[in-house]
Design a binder for this molecule. Structure first.
Ligand SMILES: NC(=O)c1ccc[n+]([C@@H]2O[C@H](COP(=O)([O-])OP(=O)(O)OC[C@H]3O[C@@H](n4cnc5c(N)ncnc54)[C@H](OP(=O)(O)O)[C@@H]3O)[C@@H](O)[C@H]2O)c1
Length: 240
């Protein structure tokens, strides 16, 4: 089950898992265009109890859970503080606790929470609610790793920096200045993609990570390693 699986990274992950023959359910407020073989359930994380009931019905119909992924973030227009906290944190807690007993009795069982480098660093692109929600999501991941460990459920956090997704590709394609700047500041010399983030989430949920829980993995091409004043000197020299 992928909450927030109808767009961006979530849709890439849904397509990846469906392509591997897994039984995939993606959740979004609108059905959108689901990848082939993906079951879409409409539900709103702002009404998490209702969403939980729908997901319990899905599990009854399609079988127990192996992986549960949370990618939803607040995309509304009202108070972003309470919106971010409700959609990122309250919904994750309600759905995760409500489905903890619905995992398969054996095999690899895992949860992935998708955070952001804004959980640790500060970006002027996003408000305080986003920052606080993403920081708290990482701690929520550690909390549930300990709490659900005895049930054999692993919980990890994947925190990307800005990446290119299908919905934003046209924007970046038209902005050579911006992509050149990303190339200059990122150790791997380019922006990442939604598909690359999805692959890391799949890896975190997969059996290869069977003894890894409570960890946060940054998917940022090394961006968070670079000291800012060194970067300023590098870019200033480039423009001399
Ligand atoms: N995009 C980036 O560059 C970037 C950078 C760092 C971190 N992240 C994080 O990575 C994750 C995925 O980002 P993305 O850009 O791929 O996401 P996205 O394109 O905005 O997709 C979000 C998904 O969540 C669903 N969703 C949103 N609000 C919902 C709600 N109230 N209830 C249920 N579903 C809801 C959306 O479907 P509907 O709209 O139909 O509801 C969609 O499926 C997010 O947590 C984001 O904070 C993204």
């Amino acid at each position: 089950v992928i909450v927030g699986g109808t767009k961006g990274v979530g849709r890439e992950l849904a397509a990846l898992w469906a392509g591997q023959g897994q039984t995939v359910t993606a959740v979004g407020r609108q059905a959108g265009q689901a990848p082939e073989g993906v079951n879409v359930v409409t539900g709103d994380a702002e009404r998490p109890e209702e969403l939980l009931r729908s997901l319990r019905d899905v599990i009854l119909e399609r079988g127990p859970l192996c992986s549960l992924v949370f990618l939803q973030r607040y995309r509304g227009s009202e108070d972003t503080w309470s919106g971010e906290l409700n959609v990122s944190l309250t919904a994750t807690r309600v759905v995760l606790e409500g489905l903890a007993e619905e995992f398969a009795p054996d095999g690899d069982r895992s949860v992935a929470l998708v955070g952001s480098n804004a959980g640790r660093f500060v970006t002027t692109d996003q408000g305080p609610g986003y920052h606080v929600a993403k920081a708290a999501l990482a701690q929520l991941g550690r909390y549930y790793a300990v709490k659900l460990g005895p049930l054999g459920i692993r919980v990890n956090v994947v925190s990307p920096c800005a990446f290119v997704k299908q919905e934003s590709a046209a924007y970046y394609e038209g902005r050579d200045d911006l992509t050149a700047m990303y190339e200059a500041i990122t150790p791997l010399g380019r922006m990442g993609t939604a598909a690359e983030v999805a692959r890391v989430v799949a890896l975190m949920c997969g059996p290869g990570m069977s003894f890894v829980t409570g960890q946060e993995l940054y998917v940022d091409g090394g961006l968070s390693l670079v000291q800012q004043d060194g970067l300023a000197r590098k870019l200033a020299t480039r423009h001399d």
